[in-house]
Design a protein. Structure first.
Length: 27
């Protein structure tokens, strides 16, 4: 995950941060 398209690589850090916050909320 996070290796698909070059422009998406810039968004990856934001997506990872989002996923972390979502997982934290689920706990």
């Amino acid at each position: 995950m996070g290796t698909w398209c070059a422009p998406c690589k810039k968004l990856t850090p934001k997506i990872k941060a989002l996923m972390k916050s979502i997982k934290a909320k689920l706990k």
